[in-house]
Design a binder for this molecule. Structure first.
Ligand code: UD1
Length: 440
């Protein structure tokens, strides 16, 4: 894939209004779910991002027909007809490019009673096991649901029949919760997920499945009950919820540039973990029905604080890197405690190259406030790391080049256009070629 950089000249306060796109993590789960429908469906408010393009290609490789229509407001509408699916094997090379391809295990098990999947990819935060998914499928009667059965990087499950079960997740896992909901929607009998994840996109996937004809209750709480059905008729239109993480990234970009930005088309309660921390630090956050406005009183000091990531409704790990940038530009010492992923600080050496003063002790980053970031040549080590570097570059003195910007485009629709419309000086530049890309 062609490599390119973002060239950002910082120091311009972001001002104005920005519309948030549909949720990346919701639509990826929903696309997998749509492979189970016995009719057709239409998805609106789909973000036009590269992870979605990859997932659409994988679904097409199974035999699904997907038509893409550009919506006037910039997002995409997908018309999906999976009735031509003639395989249970998701072995397209795209599967190993994204994490969410693992939802096809649950979806294909539900649809075909069998599933073969190339091992999924995604951002590198250390170990990203799928043992909880496999353990749950085993309890539901799937044979082969064991790491020892991963031959040549491909796992094959076979359930004859797929049965409902009580699934206790000993770690709160977004992916395992969604995967079990998918398989259980068409399993024989009832499934209960105990200690389920509660993220907004869990609720969105459950709502979508219910619109297809599934019977799921309790999504958004820690106990989800699913009554298996034999058909999922479909033939409906569904609109994806707004992206909580994209919204939070623009809130932070506004704050670190001392700007004044209204972030539209969001669900403000999804932003509570971030909004409350930002208020505590000294920013003003005004909330409306579907927007938040972020700005600061120039007389008000911005103070550091302590943040710990946790499953929803805790502070989202996917906003951790951007929030560290926010903490860098505050007074005093702050503490970031990354409690979801074992290794999500690969971007910190890049921030240090821009002048950050951060020390890492295991999963805790101690952040000492600085006056400003310097420009530098840096690299987006993963999607949200890249978003954090964009925030830092927007606030920095001079011109920063962020290499491997394609990683940012995995999850941010039209980020260059949106930031430009807020007054940022950002453009796509040919790759600085400063780093060797080691991503598989
Ligand atoms: C999803 C999101 C990702 C986000 C994460 C946590 C998608 C496509 N990705 O990832 O952006 O950072 O939720 O909000 O939606 N775990 C196990 N065994 C398993 C599964 C998970 O030990 O089988 C552990 C993980 O190592 C991690 C924790 O559980 O420490 C949470 O992971 P999980 O919620 O499953 O993350 P993902 O679904 O992969």
């Amino acid at each position: 894939m062609e490599s390119y950089s973002y060239k950002i000249t910082g120091g311009k306060p972001l001002k104005g209004h920005v519309n948030i796109s549909g949720s990346k993590n919701a639509v990826l789960g929903i696309l997998a779910a749509s492979m189970m429908v016995d009719g057709t469906c239409t998805l609106e408010n789909v973000p036009d991002i590269s992870d979605v393009h990859v997932m659409v290609k994988i679904c097409e490789s199974l035999g699904a027909k997907i038509e893409t229509e550009l919506a006037p407001e910039g997002s995409v509408t997908l018309h999906i007809d999976p009735r031509g699916i003639d395989t249970y094997k998701a072995t397209d090379p795209g599967v190993s490019k994204i994490r969410a391809s693992y939802y096809l295990l649950g979806a294909l098990l539900g649809r075909c009673g069998k599933a073969s999947l190339r091992m999924p990819g995604g951002c590198d935060f250390g170990q990203r096991p799928i043992d909880l998914h496999l353990k749950a499928f085993r309890l539901m009667g799937a044979k082969g649901a064991d790491y020892r059965n991963i031959n040549g990087g491909i796992i094959t499950l076979n359930a004859d029949p797929l049965r409902g079960a009580k699934i206790f997740l000993d770690i709160v896992s977004v992916g395992a919760t969604i995967n079990v909901m998918l398989a259980a929607a068409k399993a024989q009998g009832n499934t209960t997920i105990v200690n389920a994840a509660k993220e907004p996109h869990i609720v969105d996937v459950a709502n979508f499945l219910n619109a297809m004809g599934a019977r799921i209750k309790g999504a958004g709480t820690d106990t989800i009950k699913i009554q298996g059905v034999s058909t999922l008729p479909g033939n409906f239109t569904y609109s994806i919820i707004p992206d909580q993480i994209e919204a939070g990234t623009y809130m932070i970009a506004a704050a670190v540039t001392n700007g004044d930005v209204t972030v539209h088309n969001i669900i403000p309660t999804h932003m509570d973990p971030l909004s409350s921390k930002m208020r505590e630090m000294g920013y003003t956050i005004d909330e409306g029905d579907d927007y938040v406005r972020v700005y600061r009183d120039p007389e008000e000091q911005i103070w550091g604080t302590n943040v710990k990531t946790a499953p929803y409704p805790g502070f989202p790990t996917d906003l951790q890197p951007q929030t560290v940038v926010l903490l860098c530009l505050s007074q005093g010492q702050s503490k970031m405690d990354e409690d979801v992923w074992e290794n999500r600080y690969q971007y910190i050496p890049e921030l240090i190259r821009m002048g950050a003063n951060i020390n890492i002790f295991d999963h805790v980053a101690l952040v000492n406030g600085i006056d400003h970031f310097n420009c530098a040549q840096v690299k987006a080590t993963d999607l949200r790391a890249g978003a954090a570097l964009v925030c830092a570059a927007l606030a920095a003195d001079g011109t920063t080049y962020i290499d491997e910007a394609r990683r940012i485009d995995r999850g941010y629709e039209k980020i260059v256009d949106k930031l430009k419309s807020l007054g940022a000086d950002i453009e796509v530049a040919s790759s600085v070629g400063f780093y060797v890309d080691t991503e598989a």
